[in-house]
Design a protein around this ligand. Structure first.
Ligand code: ATP
Ligand code: MG
Ligand code: FE
Length: 350
C-alpha cells in the first residue's frame, strides 16, 4: 500500500509518500513504512521580519506551494496516485490547515482514493519508525515552536494519551522570544544554540518552572523563565554592565533542557516505559539532545531521535502515521471532515 501524507498546520507545506508493508502478525497496525518521497516548502523566511509566524502569510504560502510540492513528491516517488491520502486536520493554524485539507479532499475525490484525517502530534512520533523501525510502547517528548507535549504511546494505530503540556509558552517559542531579547534574530533557536556554545550554563541560576512538589508532574511552564531572562537583561542595562549573551543563552538553554528531560524521564520511570522518543524542531537543540542522552543512559531508557529533517514539520510524518492507522484497520474519514485547529492528541484519527 502506498500512502501519501499532506501537512500544512504551521509554516511548512509538506507532501510525503511511504510504502507500507504489514507484518501479518496480529492486529494494531504492525508493519514497516519505507520513505519514498519527502517534499517540503517552508515560508519561514517570509515570517522573519515579523519575529514570528504570521497566520495569513502562512496560509497564502501554502496555497502557492501545495500543488508544486505535490507534483515534486509524485515525481520523486515515481507514482501516479497513492492508495490512500492522510492529511493533518489539527492541531494548528486554522487557515493553514484549511489549505492542506482542501487539497487532500480534492485529490482524494479526483483519484478516487480514501481520505484519512490525522493528528499532527501523532505524526511527530510515528516518523521515527522510518529511521529506527517499529515503535514499542514509548513516552514521547515533542518540542517545537508551537508545541510542548509529553505523550504516552502504546500503539501508533490507537489514540495517544497526553501526560502533560505547557501551561503558557511552547519551548521553541521561548527560545525564539529569548533570542529576540538578545538580538539574535528569528527563528532564534538555532542562533541561541550557537551563542550558548561559548557560554557557562551555570553562570545564571534561572528558574525551573513547574518543578515544585505541588506542581503537576508532567506539565511545563516557560513564561516565568522568559521573564527572568528579561529581568536579568534589564538589570544589567540599569547597572551599566554588559550582558554576556553566551552566558545568558547557555544558562537559559540549560534550564529548558533540565525541565524537559527531567519530566520526560520521570514519565518513563512512573509508567515503567523504557523508550523515549523526541520530536519537533526544537529537538535540534544540542543541549536538549545531550542531556536527554545522559539522563536516558543513567535511567536505562532507550532514546530515539529522528534526524533533524524528520523532526521538523513534513508530510512524510503524516503519511507514516496514516500507514499505521490504516494498517490498524481504521475506517476512512468522510470527505466532509473538518479541520480541528485545537485538536486534542487523545484522538489520533477520526
Ligand atoms: P509546529 O509547532 O507546528 O510543530 P513549528 O514550525 O513551530 O511547527 P518546527 O518547524 O518543528 O516548529 O521547529 C521550529 C522551532 O524549533 C522554532 O521555534 C526554532 O527556534 C526551534 N529550534 C530549531 N533549532 C533549534 C535549536 N538548535 N535550539 C533550540 N530551538 C531550535
Ligand atoms: Mg516550522
Ligand atoms: Fe510540528
Amino acid at each position: 500500500m502506498i500512502v501519501m501524507g499532506i501537512e500544512s498546520s504551521c509554516d511548512e507545506t509538506g507532501v510525503g509518500i511511504v510504502r507500507w508493508e504489514p507484518d501479518g502478525i496480529g492486529d494494531g497496525g504492525r508493519g514497516t513504512a519505507t520513505l519514498l518521497a519527502d517534499e517540503v516548502a517552508s515560508s519561514v523566511d517570509e515570517h522573519a521580519r515579523f519575529g514570528g509566524v504570521v497566520p495569513e502569510i502562512a496560509s497564502r504560502a501554502h496555497l502557492e506551494a501545495i500543488v508544486p510540492t505535490m507534483q515534486r513528491a509524485r515525481a520523486a516517488a515515481d507514482i501516479d496516485r497513492p492508495d490512500a491520502i492522510a492529511v493533518t486536520i489539527g492541531p494548528g493554524l486554522a487557515g493553514a490547515l484549511l489549505v492542506g485539507v482542501a487539497a487532500a479532499k480534492a485529490y482524494a475525490l479526483a483519484w478516487d482514493v480514501p481520505l484519512f484525517a490525522m493528528n499532527h502530534l501523532g505524526g511527530h512520533v510515528a516518523v521515527d519508525t522510518l529511521e529506527h523501525g517499529p515503535m514499542p510502547e514509548c513516552v514521547a517528548l515533542l518540542v517545537s515552536g508551537g508545541h510542548t507535549h509529553l505523550l504516552h504511546v502504546t500503539d501508533l494505530a490507537r489514540p495517544i494519551t497526553e501526560l502533560g503540556t505547557t501551561v503558557d509558552d511552547a519551548a521553541g517559542e521561548a527560545f525564539d522570544k529569548v533570542a529576540r531579547l538578545l538580538d539574535l534574530g528569528f527563528p532564534g533557536g538555532p542562533a541561541l544554540d550557537r551563542a550558548a556554545a561559548a557560554g557557562d550554563p551555570g553562570a545564571i541560576a534561572f528558574p525551573r518552572g513547574m518543578t515544585g512538589p505541588r506542581d503537576a508532574r508532567y506539565d511545563f511552564s516557560f513564561s516565568g523563565l522568559k521573564t527572568a531572562v528579561a529581568r536579568h537583561v534589564e538589570k544589567c542595562e540599569r547597572s551599566g554592565t554588559a550582558v554576556s549573551v553566551p552566558d545568558v543563552a547557555a544558562s537559559f538553554q540549560e534550564a529548558v533542557a533540565d525541565v524537559l528531560t527531567m519530566k520526560a524521564i520521570r514519565a518513563c520511570t512512573d509508567l515503567g516505559v523504557d523508550t523515549l522518543v523526541l520530536g519537533g524542531g526544537a529537538t535540534a537543540n544540542s543541549r536538549i539532545r545531550s542531556m536527554a542522552q545522559e539522563r536516558c543512559a543513567d535511567a536505562g531508557v532507550t532514546l530515539r531521535v529522528p534526524r533533524p529533517r524528520l523532526c521538523t514539520d513534513n508530510g512524510v510524518m503524516i503519511a507514516t502515521l496514516g500507514a499505521h492507522v490504516i494498517g490498524g484497520g481504521a475506517e476512512p474519514s468522510p470527505l466532509t471532515v473538518a479541520t480541528d485547529p485545537g485538536m486534542s492528541v487523545q484522538v489520533s484519527q477520526l
